[in-house]
Write a protein that binds this ligand. Sequence first.
Ligand code: NI
Length: 138
Amino acid sequence: MSNLVRFGVSLEDDLLTKFDAHIKKQKYTNRSEAIRDLIREELVKKEWSENKEVTGAITIVYDHHARELVTKVLDIQHDYHTCILSSQHIHLDHHNCFEIIVTKGKAKEIEVLYEKLKAVKNVKHAGIMMATRGKDLP
Ligand code: NI
Protein backbone atom coordinates (compact mmCIF):
# COMPACT_ATOMS: atom_id res chain seq x y z
CA MET A 1 0.00 0.00 0.00
CA SER A 2 1.38 3.41 -1.00
CA ASN A 3 1.70 6.26 1.48
CA LEU A 4 -0.84 9.03 1.21
CA VAL A 5 0.64 12.39 0.18
CA ARG A 6 -1.19 15.69 0.45
CA PHE A 7 -0.58 18.43 -2.10
CA GLY A 8 -2.11 21.81 -2.84
CA VAL A 9 -3.67 22.77 -6.16
CA SER A 10 -4.37 26.34 -7.26
CA LEU A 11 -7.10 26.94 -9.80
CA GLU A 12 -9.75 29.47 -10.76
CA ASP A 13 -12.80 29.47 -8.47
CA ASP A 14 -15.29 29.07 -11.33
CA LEU A 15 -13.34 26.07 -12.62
CA LEU A 16 -13.47 24.49 -9.16
CA THR A 17 -17.21 25.23 -8.91
CA LYS A 18 -17.79 23.46 -12.21
CA PHE A 19 -15.59 20.55 -11.17
CA ASP A 20 -17.43 20.16 -7.85
CA ALA A 21 -20.82 20.18 -9.60
CA HIS A 22 -19.53 17.64 -12.13
CA ILE A 23 -18.18 15.19 -9.56
CA LYS A 24 -21.28 15.57 -7.38
CA LYS A 25 -23.37 14.37 -10.35
CA GLN A 26 -21.00 11.43 -10.66
CA LYS A 27 -21.67 10.55 -7.00
CA TYR A 28 -18.20 11.29 -5.70
CA THR A 29 -18.27 12.19 -2.03
CA ASN A 30 -14.96 14.05 -2.08
CA ARG A 31 -12.54 15.71 -4.50
CA SER A 32 -9.64 13.42 -3.64
CA GLU A 33 -11.28 10.30 -5.02
CA ALA A 34 -12.39 12.16 -8.17
CA ILE A 35 -8.86 13.49 -8.73
CA ARG A 36 -7.36 10.03 -8.10
CA ASP A 37 -9.63 8.59 -10.80
CA LEU A 38 -8.73 11.36 -13.25
CA ILE A 39 -5.04 10.65 -12.67
CA ARG A 40 -5.57 6.90 -13.12
CA GLU A 41 -7.50 7.56 -16.32
CA GLU A 42 -4.60 9.61 -17.69
CA LEU A 43 -2.12 6.87 -16.75
CA VAL A 44 -4.24 4.26 -18.56
CA LYS A 45 -4.31 6.51 -21.66
CA LYS A 46 -0.52 6.71 -21.38
CA GLU A 47 -0.24 2.90 -21.25
CA TRP A 48 -2.24 2.73 -24.48
CA SER A 49 -0.31 5.51 -26.21
CA GLU A 50 2.99 3.81 -25.27
CA ASN A 51 1.82 0.47 -26.68
CA LYS A 52 2.00 -1.33 -23.33
CA GLU A 53 0.40 -4.68 -22.49
CA VAL A 54 -3.20 -3.69 -21.80
CA THR A 55 -6.70 -5.07 -21.69
CA GLY A 56 -9.97 -3.75 -23.04
CA ALA A 57 -13.33 -4.52 -24.54
CA ILE A 58 -14.51 -3.91 -28.08
CA THR A 59 -18.24 -3.79 -28.80
CA ILE A 60 -19.94 -3.97 -32.17
CA VAL A 61 -23.56 -3.78 -33.27
CA TYR A 62 -24.56 -5.14 -36.65
CA ASP A 63 -27.39 -6.62 -38.67
CA HIS A 64 -26.46 -10.24 -39.22
CA HIS A 65 -28.53 -10.30 -42.43
CA ALA A 66 -26.02 -8.01 -44.10
CA ARG A 67 -24.26 -10.00 -46.80
CA GLU A 68 -20.73 -11.16 -46.00
CA LEU A 69 -20.60 -9.14 -42.78
CA VAL A 70 -20.62 -12.07 -40.35
CA THR A 71 -17.89 -13.90 -42.27
CA LYS A 72 -15.77 -10.77 -42.39
CA VAL A 73 -16.21 -10.09 -38.64
CA LEU A 74 -15.24 -13.70 -37.85
CA ASP A 75 -12.25 -13.68 -40.21
CA ILE A 76 -10.87 -10.56 -38.56
CA GLN A 77 -11.31 -12.06 -35.08
CA HIS A 78 -9.49 -15.24 -36.12
CA ASP A 79 -6.62 -13.12 -37.47
CA TYR A 80 -6.32 -11.56 -33.99
CA HIS A 81 -7.03 -14.67 -31.89
CA THR A 82 -3.83 -14.16 -29.87
CA CYS A 83 -5.19 -10.96 -28.32
CA ILE A 84 -8.82 -12.07 -27.90
CA LEU A 85 -9.66 -13.68 -24.56
CA SER A 86 -13.35 -14.23 -25.25
CA SER A 87 -16.29 -12.91 -27.17
CA GLN A 88 -19.96 -12.85 -26.38
CA HIS A 89 -22.68 -12.62 -28.99
CA ILE A 90 -26.09 -11.33 -28.00
CA HIS A 91 -29.08 -11.46 -30.37
CA LEU A 92 -30.70 -8.09 -29.65
CA ASP A 93 -33.72 -8.66 -31.88
CA HIS A 94 -34.60 -10.33 -35.17
CA HIS A 95 -32.01 -8.29 -37.08
CA ASN A 96 -29.46 -6.85 -34.72
CA CYS A 97 -26.57 -8.50 -32.93
CA PHE A 98 -24.36 -7.11 -30.19
CA GLU A 99 -20.91 -8.53 -29.70
CA ILE A 100 -18.49 -7.93 -26.85
CA ILE A 101 -14.89 -8.89 -27.54
CA VAL A 102 -12.60 -9.01 -24.51
CA THR A 103 -8.99 -8.37 -25.40
CA LYS A 104 -5.56 -8.56 -23.82
CA GLY A 105 -2.29 -7.69 -25.53
CA LYS A 106 -0.29 -4.87 -27.05
CA ALA A 107 -2.34 -1.67 -27.24
CA LYS A 108 -1.60 -1.01 -30.91
CA GLU A 109 -2.68 -4.50 -31.93
CA ILE A 110 -5.99 -4.12 -30.07
CA GLU A 111 -6.53 -0.71 -31.66
CA VAL A 112 -5.94 -2.14 -35.13
CA LEU A 113 -8.40 -4.97 -34.38
CA TYR A 114 -10.94 -2.35 -33.28
CA GLU A 115 -10.39 -0.22 -36.39
CA LYS A 116 -10.73 -3.22 -38.70
CA LEU A 117 -14.01 -4.31 -37.07
CA LYS A 118 -15.34 -0.75 -37.10
CA ALA A 119 -14.55 -0.39 -40.79
CA VAL A 120 -16.48 -3.53 -41.84
CA LYS A 121 -19.33 -2.48 -44.10
CA ASN A 122 -22.72 -2.47 -42.32
CA VAL A 123 -21.31 -2.47 -38.79
CA LYS A 124 -23.72 0.01 -37.23
CA HIS A 125 -21.65 0.91 -34.20
CA ALA A 126 -18.28 0.01 -32.76
CA GLY A 127 -16.84 1.07 -29.43
CA ILE A 128 -13.73 0.42 -27.39
CA MET A 129 -13.24 0.54 -23.65
CA MET A 130 -9.56 0.97 -22.86
CA ALA A 131 -8.57 -0.61 -19.57
CA THR A 132 -5.38 -1.46 -17.75
CA ARG A 133 -3.94 -4.75 -16.59
CA GLY A 134 -3.31 -2.90 -13.36
CA LYS A 135 0.31 -3.92 -12.91
CA ASP A 136 1.74 -0.41 -13.20
CA LEU A 137 -1.15 1.35 -11.50
CA PRO A 138 -1.15 1.88 -7.74
NI1 NI B 1 -27.12 -12.51 -33.34
